[in-house]
Design a protein around this ligand. Structure first.
Ligand SMILES: Cc1cc2nc3c(=O)[nH]c(=O)nc-3n(C[C@H](O)[C@H](O)[C@H](O)COP(=O)(O)O)c2cc1C
Length: 201
């Protein structure tokens, strides 16, 4: 059974990102029956901002990070849901990327899902594609999904915009499942295990 980790990177409780994460869970059941999905909702359970004690593996950080590390290590693929705040990706998304290492998620396929209450949502995608992947080597798929008017994105998905967003999300989930089948070969290769450039090239 495949395992998908969904990271809902909103700072808010009862967030739209979590609502979209729930839709992802439902669509995975439909289109990828062999996949088990787990959601981390950082609005409900926020991770503190990174500080240098992470490098020292302080007991507090070990405790705070244990669930995320365990889930990241176990997953075959990720869905990273990134809301737009003031024309930026929500800071939690970048914070989370600092905790995820190559050992945990390197060369695992991941779909980006941008969230906007209005007609935005592209800036968080651009930011995540530009940065945040270098040291952990998460593998963003070429296609991403942007959910606009995201507050309305719920069943029965009646408007043209909702239908189109759902089609994009469904396609992303199907592609993610295909990538997840083949990429373990990369992680088990000697080239990956030797890792000569831990901080990128
Ligand atoms: C601090 C803040 C800033 C926001 N700035 C933008 C923005 O620049 N562009 C946009 O499209 N939506 C913006 N929004 C609206 C969010 O995209 C919308 O509230 C969305 O539901 C947030 O997702 P969340 O509920 O998962 O946190 C902002 C929301 C917050 C809380």
């Amino acid at each position: 059974m495949d395992n998908t980790l969904i990271l809902s990177c909103s700072h808010r409780k009862n967030s739209v990102s979590k609502q979209v994460a729930d839709v992802c869970q439902e669509r995975i059941k439909i289109f990828s029956a062999d996949t088990q999905a787990t959601t981390f909702d950082f609005g409900e359970n926020p991770l503190p901002m990174w500080n240098e004690e992470v490098w020292n593996e302080s007991p507090q950080w070990q405790q705070d990070l244990a669930p995320l590390r365990e889930a990241a290590e176990a997953c075959d693929s990720l869905i990273v849901i990134v809301p737009e705040y003031a024309g930026m990706v929500a800071p939690m998304a970048k914070n989370v990327m600092l905790f995820l290492t190559t050992e945990l998620i390197g060369h695992k396929p991941a779909v980006l899902v941008g969230i906007s209450a209005g007609i935005g949502g592209s800036y968080p995608i651009a930011e995540m594609r530009m940065s945040g992947y270098k040291n952990n080597r998460i593998l963003w798929l070429p296609d991403h999904t942007i959910i606009r008017s995201a507050g309305d994105f719920k069943a029965p998905f009646e408007s043209a915009r909702q239908k189109e967003s759902l089609e994009h999300l469904d396609h992303s989930i199907k592609m993610l499942s295909e990538y997840a089948k083949v990429l373990p070969a990369v992680r088990s290769s000697q080239a990956f295990i030797n890792q000569p450039f831990p901080f990128g090239m």
